[in-house]
Design a protein around this ligand. Structure first.
Ligand code: NZQ
Ligand code: ZN
Length: 393
């Protein structure tokens, strides 16, 4: 195993009615002038936005609001949020939504802390942040894990670049997780969320570095739990316990817990998907499901023991005559699972049809985002990335 730093400073309030604690938590963490940031209409329709405002009012906390964050959140909305926050002396960012809203908040928080710089420079890899305003969330979809992660993903629509910036400065101060809030989600979003949750742990699982028995046991247990409850929710979307299991898994899958003792993970499925999000605006979790089987078949020989372990311990495959056979059976079983929950496993099922030129462009952009090459299961270069995109056709 390798050494590690584990840092999870986010206070979690979990369970039915936890939304009502937002005022009290905001006070506790020193927020006095809050930007409430949200997405399209779901937070308005469900009434959660009103509940948040009421709780802040009762705590005597000033707030302004800015909606309109779209999935794969845009840099332009971040800039709007920075200006609105400056004009109102905002000192705390509160996301009411999912990964897109939380990430938009994190980017606004970076922008406010260093107003002399353009915030996009962080995502373009041109500098590191020195400070960040405090962020918290009321989570309405279990998926991205941004409520506890150090990551933030923003799309620049001018350049069609979707880029991540990772820094512990942006780890949220608190997260409010009421599984009931996720009951209004369309099935596709619930299941795309489950695919994303699993992938955050799978990225950390398929490595060629050292690993830990305890980390593997946590990871495999988390993956089996999400798989089981994803299927429950596919037919019984109002099942509270299944919603709760999945919501807690979303945070644990991406707060670092399932990566302790390894090299930090592979992350190529995510990086390949981010290009698809930037160019075609696909739903993140669905894009990951589409990419994974092709990525896995491209890399498994270079990370065979992990693919065998995954097949047996997570997918319940009976070991075959050879390790290769077992690994491939595990990948096929994963594809069958994706289909059972309505997730795609290739471009066609994802609803996009990139041309050869577009696949070459995505591979080039992905290689730039990776600094040339990346991966732990197998180090991928631009030509590998293009080959994987072609396998998705
Ligand atoms: O905009 P509204 O109307 O709120 O609708 C949203 C949106 O259309 C809807 N939704 C959310 N909660 C709902 C609801 N609809 C009904 N009822 C509810 N309770 O769901 C749709 C998707 O929302 P979004 O926030 O985009 O989902 P998700 O949490 O999957 O976030 C995806 C974004 O996070 C990034 C992704 O790349 C993508 O941009 N990621 C962020 C990470 C991080 N910061 O750590 C890690 C991830 O790997 C990921 O890359
Ligand atoms: Zn993800």
């Amino acid at each position: 195993m390798l050494g590690f730093t584990y840092y999870t400073p986010t206070k979690v309030a979990f369970g039915k009615g936890s939304v009502e604690k937002v005022g009290e938590l905001m006070k506790q963490f020193g927020g006095t002038r809050v930007l409430i940031h949200y997405g399209g209409q779901s937070a308005v329709r469900s009434g959660v936005l009103d509940r948040v405002k009421k709780s802040l009012d009762e705590a005597g906390i000033f707030h302004v609001e800015l909606g309109g964050v779209v999935p794969n959140p845009h840099l332009a909305k971040v800039r709007e949020g920075i200006e609105l926050s400056k004009a109102n002396g905002v000192d705390f960012l509160l996301a009411v939504g999912g990964g897109s809203v939380i990430d938009s908040c994190k980017a606004i928080a970076y922008g406010l802390a260093e107003p002399e710089h353009d915030v996009w420079e962080l995502y373009a890899g041109q500098r590191k942040a020195k400070a960040c305003f405090p962020v918290a969330s009321v989570l309405t979809i279990a998926a991205a894990g941004s409520e506890m992660s150090n990551s933030c993903v923003i799309t620049n629509t001018d350049t069609e670049e979707k880029r991540a910036y990772d820094d512990d400065l942006a780890r949220p101060k608190f997260a409010i997780m009421d599984p009931e809030l996720t009951m209004t989600l369309p099935d596709y979003q619930t299941e795309a969320g489950c695919a994303d949750i699993m992938m955050h742990t799978m990225e950390r699982y398929f490595v060629n570095s050292g690993t830990m028995e305890l980390t593997d046991a946590l990871a495999e247990g988390l993956l089996r739990t999400v798989m089981h409850n994803a299927e429950v929710l596919h037919t019984d979307p109002r099942n509270y316990d299944a919603r709760a299991e999945v919501m807690w898994a979303s945070s644990l899958a991406h707060n670092g817990l399932t990566g302790c003792g390894s090299d930090g993970g592979d992350w190529m499925p995510h990086l390949l998907e981010h290009e698809m999000g930037g160019m075609f605006n696909v739903t993140h979790g669905a894009g990951l499901a589409a990419v994974w089987p092709s990525w896995a078949r491209y890399v498994y020989k270079d990370c065979l023991p992990r693919f065998v372990k995954y097949a047996v311990n997570v997918m319940g495959v009976t070991p075959g005559a050879t390790d290769e056979e077992t690994a491939l059976a595990g990948i096929a079983a994963m594809e069958e699972f994706y289909h059972r929950i309505g997730m795609p496993v290739n471009f066609k099922e994802l609803g996009i049809d990139p041309t050869d030129e577009q696949m070459a462009e995505m591979a080039a952009s992905c290689a730039r985002a990776c600094g040339g090459a990346k991966g732990s299961a197998k180090v991928l270069h631009q030509s590998d990335m293009e080959a994987i995109y072609k396998m998705l056709k």
